[in-house]
Design a protein around this ligand. Structure first.
Ligand SMILES: Nc1ncnc2c1ncn2[C@@H]1O[C@H](COP(=O)(O)OP(=O)(O)OP(=O)(O)O)[C@@H](O)[C@H]1O
Length: 244
């Protein structure tokens, strides 16, 4: 069943056509990868889906409901959460407080928010670090905190923006296992932007490749890596170094 449906989405920044007539569908329970070289428009697409910026034209529907003109906090309330390329913990608050703040939305059933937040922190491997000031966490742990804070909103759709950026290979492997587990246990639908191709291709069931704001290919990871347009746009360029 389709959860997210995007039709002819378009966005300009002045003379730059950052997102061009993008259409895509995401089924409930899928992990879909968004692949594209630097500047292809991937984060802009997330910003459009989450209401951070308005589209020039086109439609986004979630479970059949239009998200046109809906502000970001209400989109979170409809079940869409995201993480950012650069970790943005609430500085001056503990790890636990960061997650409790994420729990204050309308989707969270009445419960003891602290107990729930502790459970989420245990889920992402941060048990024992509840009282640590968020900004003192290692970079890898900040990535986990970002995910816990997103989960705290009780999302149905989770948008991950380069979760492996800045991590070493063992941290990437651990985070990958975590994402796969959360997907299975919580029945999440996930969109994943990532340049670390090896882990990316193992995680996703389907890939939407974009270049210069346009969808250039859609298919399974195996189909995508063999697609000449994708090889030309992405794999053949310098970004391949990120895959190592
Ligand atoms: N607010 C903005 N104002 C002007 N131009 C912008 C804005 N946001 C993004 N852009 C431009 O739009 C294009 C797409 O940017 P975007 O960040 O979506 O790319 P990306 O695919 O996420 O790249 P990366 O992989 O490097 O994160 C780029 O040329 C970028 O400079």
């Amino acid at each position: 069943m389709t959860l997210l449906s995007v039709k002819d989405l378009d966005k300009h920044f002045g003379g730059l056509h950052a997102v061009k007539q993008v259409s895509m569908e995401v089924e409930r329970g899928e992990i879909v990868g968004i692949l594209g070289p630097n500047g292809a428009g991937k984060t802009t697409l997330y910003n459009l889906l989450t209401g951070f910026i308005p589209a020039d034209s086109g439609t986004v529907t979630l479970g059949g409901r239009s998200l046109r003109g809906v502000p970001p906090h209400r989109i979170v309330g409809l079940g869409v959460a995201r993480t950012f390329q650069l970790c943005r913990p609430f500085v001056g608050m503990t790890v636990l407080e960061n997650v409790i703040v994420g729990s204050l939305g309308p989707r969270v059933p009445p419960c003891d928010l602290e107990t729930r937040a502790r459970g989420l922190l245990a889920d992402v491997g941060l048990a024992g670090k509840e009282e640590t000031p968020a900004e003192r966490l290692s970079y890898g742990d900040q990535r986990r905190l970002e995910i816990a804070r997103a989960l705290a909103t009780e999302p149905e759709l989770l948008l991950l923006d380069e979760p492996f950026a800045g991590l070493g290979s063992s941290e990437i492997e651990e985070l990958s296992v975590l994402i796969r587990r959360l997907h299975q246990e919580k029945g999440l639908t996930i969109l994943l932007i990532e340049h670390k191709l090896r882990e990316f291709m193992k995680l996703v069931s389907r890939v939407i490749a974009i270049d210069f704001g346009e969808v250039i290919a859609t298919g399974s990871p195996a189909e995508i890596v063999a697609d000449p347009r994708v090889i030309e746009a992405y794999i053949g360029r310098q970004e391949v170094e990120h895959a190592a």
